[in-house]
Design a binder for this molecule. Structure first.
Ligand code: DGL
Length: 274
């Protein structure tokens, strides 16, 4: 496998770019190829079979474009499909799961809130992990129905998003949680909106940094880290529209364009039929 091949990343839409940001920050020389399957978002309301079908299709596209490793930057796809993906494709996979373990280990109130999609919260993998800690911890699991819709549109401060969040976070606050786990890769983009609602002492955690570290470690183990230290090619494709990707990645885009005056580096955000 070519070490300069891209890291392939997919999500049901724009949310996985929160994971891409952590990966790019930790591994700035890696070429990356990101698929936003916004046309089929949200995955969280779909059946396990459909989530698997879409995940296979995304993986096939990433592999056909030469990806050396696949990051499933979607909790819903990871918890419902990653074991089948690993069986079907001969390439390393990294998944993302709600950060239950660190929250459970650090919680003092022993009450932990989990905000995730229906698909994630109802998955066997999620149940297996949460059961490991449920003797000691009271988990308040809430389905974030409708949140992805606003994030896909880049409407991170929409009043309706705020009222949905009020409904979802209130039971967690009432249960005296001291940690809220964001179990969906879209949700880091609404941390400011969540912070506006929850008391200051409540910590909000997601899995982005852990996924980036795991990606680095698996690349190292497989001797796949890019040895070329020139600026990378960062490709993003959406099958619906590119406005929100451009909006969410604008700071990275201007950094890359600044760099690219002296190098080959570039960030490309385009539409693609898939
Ligand atoms: N970003 C996906 C996740 O991490 C979910 C969004 C969706 O429902 O499509 O679970």
């Amino acid at each position: 496998m070519n070490k300069s091949a891209p890291i392939g990343i997919f999500d049901s839409g724009v949310g996985g770019t929160s994971i891409w940001q952590e990966i790019h920050t930790l591994l700035p020389y890696e070429n990356t190829l990101y698929l936003a399957d916004s046309k089929h978002a949200p995955y969280g309301e779909k059946s396990k079979e459909t989530i698997l079908e879409l995940s296979i299709k995304n993986t096939e596209l990433l592999l056909s474009r030469g990806s050396k490793i696949i990051v499933v930057a979607c909790n819903t796809a990871t918890t419902n499909a990653i074991s089948e993906l690993r069986k079907k494709f001969d390439v390393p996979f990294i998944g993302i799961e709600p950060a239950i373990k660190p929250a459970a280990l650090k919680s003092r109130s022993k009450n932990v809130g989990i905000l995730a999609t229906k698909g994630t919260l109802s998955s066997d993998l999620f149940h297996k992990t949460s059961e490991e800690y449920s003797n000691d911890i009271n988990f308040i699991e809430v389905i974030g129905k409708g949140l992805v819709h606003f994030i896909e549109k880049g409407q991170l401060n929409h009043p309706k998003l705020h009222s949905l969040l009020l409904t979802y976070l209130e039971p967690m606050i009432e249960a005296d949680v001291d940690y809220i786990v964001l179990g969906c890769s879209h949700y880091p983009y609404i941390i400011p909106a969540i912070r506006n609602i929850v008391p200051e002492h409540i910590k909000i955690i997601d899995s982005g940094v852990a996924v980036a570290r795991q990606t680095k470690s698996i690349l190292e183990k497989n001797n796949l880290l890019n040895e070329s230290h020139t600026s990378p090619k960062l490709e993003f494709y959406s099958n619906l529209e590119t406005t929100t990707l451009n909006y969410l990645l604008k700071e990275f885009k201007s950094d890359v364009n600044e760099d690219s005056r002296n190098s080959e580096s570039h960030m490309q955000i385009e539409m693609l039929e898939f």
